[in-house]
Ligand binder design. Sequence first.
Ligand code: HEC
Length: 217
Amino acid sequence: MNNLPLLFLGIFFTLAFSWTGLILTSQIQFGGLVQTTQQLDAEGNLMEDEDLFPQQIVGLAKHGKEVYIDLGCMYCHSQQVRRPGFGADTERGWGNRQSVPRDYILQDRVVLGTMRTGPDLKNIGDRIPSTDWHHQHFYNPQITSPGSVMPPYAFLYRVQPIGDEPHPNAVPIPQSSPYHPGPGLEIIPTRRAEALVAYMLSLRLNYSLPEAPIVEQ
Ligand code: HEC
């Protein structure tokens, strides 16, 4: 093996080249991104006394993200709105602006997703803000979206006999619906279901960023 040093040099440069392309370049482009105000002042500085975006998701919604990852929702749903001209995302009403790298900087696990068997969910909290709708849909997607291929997540709910009073958290399902559990029974969300819905409602792309202002439709 006369050319051992050359071989090692080759391996070194191959690895160094891909590391530079994939990691170093991304770090230089996006590593310095921080929260910002929706607009900047004339000098390009943050506006005083204005909220910073993107904002952190907290509490139950944060737990809901774990449930989302656990149940594999991202195998059918993306969380990225493409810019006009690169798909029909804005025409479909999935967002009033494209999503950009800064939208994700506070997330330790980013669930961009690649598959779109179902609609993009980056702005679902703004598009469907109803807790009841989401519970009905998770319990059985056929209730809200007849013909849906999304699987039911009924195991996130408990069916129990109605006590003296209906439970305040019971999911409203019309008696006439074929998916109603039966007379005298009610459907109660478990904590995982509550968390998942809180996460859905927290997914909002309703703020501008200097590099991606909201476009009024
Ligand atoms: C097998 C693919 C598949 C999986 C897995 C899946 N979905 Fe869906 N989802 C769909 C399809 C298709 C639709 C559109 C029809 C409908 O509303 O049910 C949809 C619709 C939705 C909607 C309504 C979106 C809208 O714009 O109307 C939400 C919210 C949603 N899914 C959340 C979830 C969550 C959370 C999970 C994981 C617990 C999940 N989905 C898992 C396929 C899937």
